[in-house]
Design a protein around this ligand. Structure first.
Ligand SMILES: *Cc1c(COP(=O)(O)O)cnc(C)c1O
Length: 388
């Protein structure tokens, strides 16, 4: 284990917490029943576990159990939310407002709906990554059925003013959906207090396994209607058919329970480590933070290393797992569309790296990474001087 790279890519995925795995294990073997089997105890045991898990998931975001639909992850939940609302409210309008810095799992769904007759507005963001509320107001029309803006950005950690965005959507009779995959379990999220109508999130970003997620769908004030995207046995109140993945659902419930009780301390610990890392680099190097630093997730920093290519820097830092831009786009040489939407130059976007910390990040690791990064950047500075 000691030889493995230091993992600072928690925004891409997290390990399963051992306590989550322990809670899941019996549901693979002895408690293997189908939660839809109503005639025997195997089914009842599974159903009971799913019900308990649903309570825990709902509890973490201030929802009620009946408002939770289990899905295979955030991508599926986003598809169900956006396509499901579009199909259910088509007679009311065809306009959806989203934002240029959304995850591809929102943007590509919107692109798809454009082929189906939707009109989509992709709102720009300000230089700090925040949505301009005046521009949002200006974009809403009588035809607007949905405003879809993420809670916290996966690349920068910037937190959008979701409560204000929801209020603006509601003034015009539109629903508000937020992809909260990067926020749930890390900071307080409350669908009631913030006026959220639909909310998606994913297990593997909060120490549960990959392949499980949830969509919150508001049941009153107003009751949100959705057209199912997967039809079958009518599971999940008809909104998402398919035999429930009981072990993964148990894991998601356990992860939500743990997040609820540990999130406050964890956020305080991680923001201290993040700030230490960030301050060390800013004081020794020519680097700047991308995104609003006052409205930002506690465990993330996206840093632009002026004059240094991010790919080169990551190659120098072989023993640190990092990400330039998002994991999905870093295979290509295109600069991050999120950073570009914030008005950051191609050069500076190419020099940017995301450090995302998590539950198992230690003080020693942060010290080592900050020392190694400073050394590596200084090495690259000196190479550049020789070349020029
Ligand atoms: C990771 C992520 C997703 C995709 O989640 P999956 O469960 O992997 O499908 C969607 N949105 C955001 C903001 C993410 O960070």
């Amino acid at each position: 284990m000691k030889n493995l790279p230091v993992y600072l890519d928690y925004n891409a995925t997290t390990p399963v917490d051992p306590r989550v795995l322990e809670a899941m294990l019996p549901y693979f073997t002895v408690k293997f029943g189908n939660a839809a089997s109503k005639n025997h105890v195997f089914g009842w045991v599974a159903e009971e576990a799913v019900d308990l898990s649903r309570e825990k998931v709902a509890g973490l975001i201030g929802a009620s159990e009946k408002e939770i639909v289990f899905t295979s992850g955030a991508t599926e939940a986003n598809n169900l939310a956006i396509k499901g609302v579009f199909e259910a409210y088509r007679s009311k309008g065809n306009h959806i407002i989203t934002c240029q810095t959304e995850h591809k799992a929102v943007l590509d769904v919107c692109k798809h709906l454009e082929q189906q007759g939707a009109r989509i507005t992709y709102l720009p963001v300000k230089n700090d990554g925040l949505v301009d509320l005046q521009k949002l107001r200006g974009a809403i029309t009588d035809d607007t059925i949905l405003v879809a803006v993420m809670y916290a950005n996966n690349e920068t950690g910037v937190i959008q003013p979701v409560k204000d965005i929801a209020a603006i959507a509601h003034e015009q009779g539109a629903l508000f959906f937020t992809d909260a995959t990067q926020a749930v379990g890390k900071i307080q999220v409350d669908v009631q207090a913030e006026g959220i109508d639909l909310l998606s999130f994913s297990g593997h970003k909060l120490y549960a396994p990959k392949g499980i997620g949830a969509l919150y769908v508001r049941r009153r004030n107003p009751r949100v209607r959705l057209v199912a995207q997967i039809d079958g046995g009518g599971h999940e109140r008809g909104m998402r058919s398919g035999t429930l993945n009981v072990p993964a659902i148990v894991g998601l419930g356990k992860a939500c329970e743990l997040a609820g009780s540990e999130m406050k301390n964890e956020a305080a610990r991680l923001s201290q480590l993040r700030d230490r890392l960030e301050n060390a680099m800013i004081s020794s190097l020519q680097c700047t933070v991308n995104g609003n630093i006052d409205s930002r997730m506690p465990h993330v920093t996206n840093l632009a290393f002026n004059r240094v290519n991010g790919q080169h820097l990551m190659m120098e830092l072989k023993n640190v797992a990092l990400s330039s831009g998002s994991a999905c786009t870093s295979a290509t040489l295109e600069p991050s569309y999120v950073l570009k939407a914030m008005g950051i130059s191609d050069d500076l976007a190419h020099s940017s790296i995301r450090f995302s910390l998590g539950r198992f990040t230690t003080e020693e690791e942060i010290k080592a990474v900050s020392d190694q990064t400073i050394d590596a950047v200084k090495r690259l500075y000196s190479l550049a001087l020789i070349e020029s």
